[in-house]
Every structure is written in C-alpha cells, then in structure tokens.
Write a protein that binds this ligand. Structure first.
Ligand SMILES: *Cc1c(COP(=O)(O)O)cnc(C)c1O
Length: 405
C-alpha cells in the first residue's frame, strides 16, 4: 500500500499526535522535573506561537534580519554534464549566519521572549547551533548560556570566538569525554534548575516532544518558499528533492513543502569512511529502533544498546540518531534515505565551488554529491537540492586534510 495510506492532505494536523508521536516514534522520555519545564514550553508553543502577532513578528524578522526568502539557483554548469537533468539549489547558505539553523533559533528565541524568559540555554558540538542561538539572543536582548565540551572548545576556536563576541556565555564541560553528549547532559541539568527564567533551545528536530514538532514548524518556511519559487521559475514542481540528514532539520524543512506532491524525496546520511560501526553516522540506513536523548527513533547502538560512537567529516551530521519524523517517513517509505561517503562529499564540495561559484558547507555537500549520483544513474528531470549552509567554516580543515583538488 502506498505510504500505508497516510493522508498527506491532513498530515500536519495528525503528525505528531497530541503526545508527540509520529507513528511509534517520538514521545517524551525524560525525568519528571524536566517534563514539568518542557510541558510549559509545549503549552506556550500551542498557544502563543499559533497567534497572528507571533507569526507576523517572525515573518518580519525573516525578511528584515535573516534575508528571506532565500533564492533558488539553477546549477547550470554542473547540470550541463548530464543529459535531461537540471539541478537546482535552495540557497539556505544565504541566510544571515550562513545556514538554515537561524530559522528555528529565531523562532525559539521569539517564543522565549513571548514567555517572559530572560535566558536561552543550549549545548553545541561544532558550535554552529551555538552561534545561531547566540545571534538570536543578541537580537532579542536575552542572556545565552552555551554548554560545550572542553574537547570541542579546543577544536572549534572560531565559533567559540563568534559566540563570545555575540555576548554568549560559553560554559566548558569537562566530564567524561568532554564532547557533545556531556554538553547535552550539562545543558539539561542547568535547565532543570533555571527554567523559571530560562528556556532550552534544541538544535534540530530531535529531543522530547514538542521539540521535533516545533523545530519542524519553524523550518517549514524552506519548503513553502521552495515550492512556490520552483513553480514560478519552471512552471512545474521538481521531480526530486534532496537534503542531507544529521538530526534532520534542514531536510524536514524542505520536505514539508512537497510531502503532499508527486515528488520523490531523498534524505542523505553520512557514510564517512565506510559501513563499519564507528566509521559513519548513517543512523536511519543502518540503525535500529531505540530511545536516546528523550525520544524514540532509529539509532545506532553499541553492543550494550547505548548510542554508538559515530564519525563523519561533517560535524553537523555526526549524530547517532535522527529525528522521530524521519524514522516515521523512512518506515512508511515516503522518503528514501541513502548514503554518501567522505570522498564523494569532498568531490562535490570542490565541484560546486569551481563550477558554480558557491562554496558549500561540508554537510550540504553530501546532498550535492547524491543529486549528482542520481543524475549519473540515469534519473531525468528537475532535481532540487537543499543547500543548507555555506562552507567558510570548513575550508581550513579541508585544505589541511585534502589539499586543493
Ligand atoms: C547543523 C547543520 C546540518 C545538520 O543538521 P540538520 O538538523 O540535519 O539539518 C546541515 N547543514 C548545515 C550547514 C548545518 O550547520
């Protein structure tokens, strides 16, 4: 049965359900004291964030501060290598701060201000979420505490500097391996103690309900714009839409615009150095159902059932699970999830730079590589890629590791 007879006409009214489930995925698996804080966010989201005043304000910010709508660019020179295929990019790299994350950070910060909160709390790994959130905090005049592992602080000096310049408080976490997982624990702990004045802001469509829904709704703008723009540009919808998937926020954002259309959707996961556990972060492709970080989804587990170590050249895709909505769309077959390795990614990074004058984020380069792969394998028609971010942040590492290709 096609997509298990899911009614995509009423999809957003039914998914997630009142308890935050997309089929069997999602929900909220967290301690009682944290649940109390998150219930407050949920109620505020269901009321304040649905008001006309809230949405008018968000729309104004997107236009006047973020630079939306972002354009769609026809990738003419890359397309010319293939017969009967045209590639296009939705330019989320042209957002203020250089990636799609600002779409949900501005929404979360506006909600915080509307709730009368004075502080934003979050963790960050590579620092991209931290920078986007610190930007939103500065815009609204809110305090901002970013928890970051000591190891990551050393590795990501430019983003740490950006957060500090923007006025955020970067709090070093030294427990355990001193990376993202410990930073998440520290941020949750702080939130439990400070939720009277603070709100926790998640970085993707992950975590306990309502975060996967909230972040999806704030990212929907990408798909809504893209559908309209593509129709105006080409008089038709794309045949396929391709996006990279870490937690899954940029992908769900663009997919939302096309779920109810006869458009193929592809989510691209990082195969890293290979198929062996520990060498990749392709959780939907190789993982199993399980609960981590407060939600049920598909995840990569080690022998003891804990989140497995993962690897990708793209630190933004380096996560052992993906959002529950992706697990659901995977199971019903609406989105096809597939993989791209580090080498294919690097090739795409240089090709987009050389042939189109766009230096893409290494995360987004996975989607570009996959679109090229589809074209090479004989797929015809129009393919729209979500170019989630720009690659300035990746240049030093790529040149040091791969040289100039
Ligand atoms: C963080 C990030 C991603 C991955 O996050 P998703 O939630 O999967 O979108 C992708 N691209 C860029 C540029 C990022 O900064």
């Amino acid at each position: 049965m096609k997509y298990q007879n899911i009614d995509f006409n009423n999809y957003f009214a039914n998914y997630p359900d009142a308890n935050g489930y997309f089929g069997k995925y999602g929900g909220s698996y967290i301690p009682q004291d944290l649940q109390k804080a998150i219930d407050e966010v949920n109620i505020a989201y269901q009321t304040i964030a649905q008001s006309t005043a809230f949405n008018d304000e968000l729309q104004r910010i997107r236009k006047e501060f973020q630079g939306r709508p972002t354009p769609i660019t026809h990738l003419k020179r890359i397309s010319s290598q293939f017969a009967g295929v045209e590639l296009y990019a939705k330019r989320e790299d042209l957002n203020h701060t250089g990636a799609h994350k600002i779409n949900h950070c501005m929404g979360e910060a506006l909600l915080a201000r509307s709730m009368g909160k004075t502080k934003l709390i979050a963790e960050t790994g590579a620092g991209q979420h931290g920078v986007a959130l610190a930007t939103a905090a500065a815009y609204f005049g809110l305090a901002c505490d970013i928890y970051m592992g000591a190891v990551d602080i050393k590795k990501q000096a430019p983003n740490v500097a950006r957060m500090k310049i923007l006025g955020a408080n970067v709090i070093e976490v030294t427990e355990g391996l001193a990376t993202l997982k410990e930073a998440v624990d520290a941020a949750f702990k702080a939130y439990c103690q400070e939720y009277d004045n603070a709100i926790y802001c998640i970085g993707s469509v992950v975590g306990p309900h309502p975060f996967p829904m909230m972040v999806r709704d704030f990212q929907k703008i990408v798909g809504i714009e893209a559908r309209k723009q593509f129709l105006a540009m080409n008089g038709c919808l794309p045949d396929a839409v391709v996006a990279c998937v870490g937690g899954g926020s940029n992908a769900i954002g663009i997919f939302c615009g096309f779920l109810n259309d006869d458009v193929e959707l592809y989510g691209v996961e990082p195969l890293g150095k290979g198929k062996q556990l520990g060498q990749h972060a392709a959780s939907l492709t190789y993982g199993q159902e399980g609960i981590m970080h407060g939600f049920n989804s598909i995840m990569l587990k080690d022998q003891d059932g804990n989140p497995a170590p993962v690897y990708s050249i793209a630190s933004g895709l380096d996560y052992p699970s993906s959002g529950p909505e992706h697990a659901f769309l995977h199971d019903i077959g609406r989105v096809k999830y597939d993989v791209i390795n580090d080498d294919e990614t690097i090739d795409a990074f240089f090709e987009l730079s050389r042939k189109e004058g766009i230096i893409p984020a290494i995360e987004s380069s996975h989607a570009i590589a996959y679109a090229k792969k589809l074209a090479k394998s004989g797929k015809k028609g129009h393919i729209l890629i979500n170019l989630s971010g720009r690659g300035d942040k990746d240049m030093d590492h790529i040149i040091a590791t791969y040289g100039i290709r």
